[in-house]
Design a protein around this ligand. Structure first.
Ligand SMILES: [Fe+2]
Ligand SMILES: [Fe+2]
Length: 294
């Protein structure tokens, strides 16, 4: 079990005040133009090498999207370039690692048409982020997206068979705001021969997957950090702890997405909005990034 960690009301109120001012100055239009246009959207490509990977899983691709933060800075149709990219690439799986909204569940309504189109050919899996639990109405997001094939992994797993081989996706509730964060339950039904992908909004939860005695988790997909969002050395202490974009923990590779949206300020510096693709390949060890564009 992971103990929840919560931020102070004072800090959240300060973010809120700055946000209101920038919205009045046209923040949403600026953010879409500056960070979410087809020309500026970042695309990161990773290879995940797995010893003994079954041939059926060779080349399987997972798109990783995170932290859209629908709300004042991102809303209806702002994800058009992301939708285009996903529809063009047609990844086998799409994984979402939380923070669909900034302030409340209503924020997600204008972006639902786009979210419904960002799905994998073989499956779409999702976990919640700390922002999604406002008033404990996250179930409304589940109700809106599950009919379109999204599977929310709330301390549970789901497996997908690909020509006789299995990929298991195991997700947990957010390590800050989830009521119960149970990695044991998430991995309970995972098979020994499965390729296992963990989903956890905050990378703080990744070590519990990596060190789990009952299952070998090959990769963990996380978000939450926004790549530090405004990645300047003197501001780093204000954001969530940022372990890096790709971290090796024993035999587990943790991919930390910079995400697509923002909180507090409609600005990113050194941390472009991005979509990541993780491609499975057989091999002795995890490889370096193919590219780090954007
Ligand atoms: Fe976030
Ligand atoms: Fe978050």
């Amino acid at each position: 079990m992971i103990e929840p960690r919560r931020f102070s009301r004072l800090r959240l109120a300060a973010f809120d005040a700055v946000e209101r001012v920038t919205v009045l100055l046209g923040a949403r239009r600026f953010y879409r133009w500056r960070y979410l246009s087809a020309e500026r959207l970042g695309v990161r490509e990773h290879i995940l090498r797995i010893p003994g990977l079954p041939p059926a899983l060779q080349g399987i691709t997972i798109a990783h999207l995170s932290d859209i933060h629908a709300g004042p800075f991102l809303s209806g149709a702002d994800l058009a370039a992301v939708v285009s990219l996903i529809e063009q690439r047609r990844p086998d799986f799409v994984c979402w690692t939380g923070d669909y909204v900034t302030h409340g569940v209503e924020d997600v309504l204008p972006v639902l048409p786009d979210l419904r189109r960002c799905v994998g050919q073989r499956g779409t899996f999702a976990v919640f982020g700390n922002h999604d639990y406002k008033l404990r109405r996250e179930w409304e997001i589940v109700a809106a997206l599950e009919p379109d094939g999204w599977h929310f992994l709330r301390n549970r797993s789901k497996t997908v068979e690909v020509d006789g081989s299995t990929v298991a996706f195991a997700g947990i509730e957010d390590p800050e705001e989830g009521k119960v964060i149970d990695v044991d339950a998430a991995l309970e039904l995972v098979g020994a021969a499965d390729v296992v992908i963990g989903l956890c909004h905050g990378p703080r939860g990744a070590p519990a997957f990596a060190g789990h005695p009952a299952a070998h988790v090959h990769a963990v997909l996380s978000g939450h950090t926004h790549g530090s969002q405004v990645d300047l050395p003197f501001l780093r202490d204000l954001g969530p702890p940022h372990p890096g974009l790709r971290v090796e923990l024993g035999g587990t590779t943790v991919f930390v997405a910079r995400g697509l949206g923002v909180v507090g300020l409609p600005l990113r510096t050194g941390a472009p909005a991005e979509v990541s693709f993780v491609t499975l390949q057989s091999g002795p060890e995890s490889d370096q990034n193919l590219s780090d564009a954007g």
